[in-house]
Design a protein around this ligand. Structure first.
Ligand code: DC
Length: 222
């Protein structure tokens, strides 16, 4: 069965998945779901509640704590609400980025979020971006894309974004974090980052946003 109301965009961090996913959602009048924001939301909650400390992650506390976590997206702005509070800015800090891949390796966390993501797909037409959308969450999505790009190109994008909120952001640590996240995301046991069957791979290193958008529309409509 092909799920024609779902467009899945997976790929490496900072390849422009969310920018393009938003553009597609607007073009087709679909809803946009940023699944990475959900993993970041759990990570932010874990940091706030001291389930992650300097000694490491207290898994038992996190598993118990999941019961009290409610994640939603505010429909108009796509802001992430954690128990009703907008945490869109807080989930983009380097501290959350440094811890999120570890949280995303935990099967309990993945089950918790994948269930919610599938529910979102039942209710409406969506474009969802992430790491396992075409492989695990919606293996029957009618359109699947996989974005790649050179690590330096991606780190530059992320660094420029970060500098807007943190002028002290340092390129080398951004690059190091990206490379570490790529490794953890690709090598984890559950739902590793990999290209899905039938997905179209796009190397965006030398393409502008407009060029990627045109390419996606061409592929979807062909
Ligand atoms: O897309 P992002 O960089 O905001 O995602 C943050 C982290 O969440 C990323 O390092 C891996 C994880 N993630 C995941 O494991 N599965 C997804 N579907 C989306 C994100």
């Amino acid at each position: 069965m092909i799920d024609s109301s779902i467009i899945a965009i997976d790929g490496f961090a900072s390849t422009g998945k969310s920018t393009l996913a938003k553009m597609l959602a607007k073009h087709y009048n679909y809803s946009y779901v940023d699944s990475g924001a959900m993993y970041r939301g759990i990570t932010y909650a874990a940091l706030q509640n001291h389930w992650i400390t300097s000694k490491g992650l207290e898994e038992a506390k996190l598993f118990e704590g999941l019961k009290s976590i409610n994640l939603n997206f505010e429909p108009l702005t796509n802001s992430l609400l954690l128990n009703g509070i907008n945490v869109s800015k807080e989930i983009r800090t380097q501290e959350v980025s440094n811890n999120v891949s570890k949280i995303a390796t935990l099967p309990v966390v993945r089950d918790f979020l994948v269930k919610q993501q599938r529910e979102m797909g039942k209710r409406k037409n969506i474009v969802m971006d992430g790491r396992d959308i075409g492989t695990v969450v919606f293996p029957n999505a009618s359109h699947k894309f996989f974005f790649t790009a050179q690590p330096e190109v991606r780190a530059k994008r992320r660094w420029e974004e970060l500098k807007l909120s943190d002028p002290t952001a340092d390129f080398d640590s951004v690059l190091k974090n990206l490379i570490q996240r790529d490794a953890m995301d690709s090598q984890r046991k559950v739902a590793p980052l990999k290209i899905a069957e039938n997905a179209i791979e796009i190397d965006v290193s030398d393409l502008s946003v407009a060029e990627v958008f045109t390419l996606l529309l061409k592929k979807i409509e062909s």
